[in-house]
Design a protein around this ligand. Sequence first.
Ligand code: BV8
Length: 231
Amino acid sequence: MLTGAGVSAESGLGTFRDAGGIWARFDPMKLATPQAFAADPDNVHEFYNARRRNLVGARPNAGHHALVRLGEGLAERGGGLFLCTQNIDDLHEQAGSRAVHHMHGELLRALCAGCGARTVWREDLGTGTICPGCGRAGAMRPDVVWFGEMPYGLDAIEAALEESDLFVAIGTSGAVYPAAGYAAQARAWGLRTCEINLEPSDNAHVFGERLYGPASEMVPAFVAQILAEAG
Ligand code: BV8
C-alpha cells in the first residue's frame, strides 16, 4: 500500500500538484532541497513551520480509518498490510495504523544534521533551535526527505513489495520517484495492482484496476471489497 497527499486532502492538508497545490504556490527547488536549506534556512524553516502548525490541528478522514480496518482485517485472516506513505503527516498514526513507513520522513520529527539525533517535534524549528542530543544550535532541520536526498527504508519497501500479492496506490500523482516506480515494479512481478485517486495519475496506465473519486468514499468501499474477497 502506497499513499500520497490525496489521502490527507479531505483532512485539510494541501496536496502538491493539484490546482492551487503546494508546488503551484511555492517553488520546490527553493524549499525542498538541501541546497535551498543551506542557502536560506530561515525561509525553509518558515515553510515547514507553517505546515507543521496546520498539521497539529488536522484529523484523519474515513480513508485513513478504512486503512486501519484493512490492516486489522488482513491480520485476523493471517495476512498483513505494509503501509508506506509519501506523506509527512501523522494522520495514518492518529487513525490507529501501526508501523507506518514514512519514506519521505515526518513533519513532526526534527533531525540534527550535526549528531544525527531524531526528536519528536511539534513546535516551530529555527536556526537557533538547540539539539536536545548534542546541544548544538543551527543544525536542526525538519526530518523530511528533500529532492536529491535518499528516501527512508527503501530496502524494507522493496522487500515488502516482493512478498505482496496486491499493490494499491492511493492519492498520489505518480510524479515523484522512486515511489512512482513501485507500480510498474509490482506489475512486472505479477502483483494485482490498483490505483485509487481523484483522477488518473501520471502512471494510471500501469495499474490493472483503477477507482476514481474522493479517498474518503473510495477507500472504505475498496477495503470492504478486499476483506469480503478474503472471506
Ligand atoms: C532520490 C519533501 C536518490 C517533503 C518531497 C528516478 C529515480 C529516482 C529519483 C528520481 C528519478 N527521476 C527523478 C528523480 C529525482 C526526484 C524526483 O522524483 N523528481 C520528480 C519531481 C521528477 N526524486 C528525488 O529526489 C527523491 N530522492 O531520488 O534520491 C535516489 C536515486 C535512485 C533511487 C533511490 C534514490 C526524493 C523524493 C522526495 C522529495 N520530497 N517533498 C515535503 O515537503 O513534503 S516530494 C513531494 O511529492 C511530497 O513528498 C509528496 O509526498 C511527493 C509525492 O506527491 P503526492 O503525494 O503524489 O502528491 P501530489 O499533490 O503530487 O498528488 C496528489 C494526488 O492526490 C493527485 O493525483 C490528486 O488527483 C489526488 N487527490 C487530491 N485530492 C484527493 C485525491 N485523491 C483522492 N481523494 C482526494 N480527496
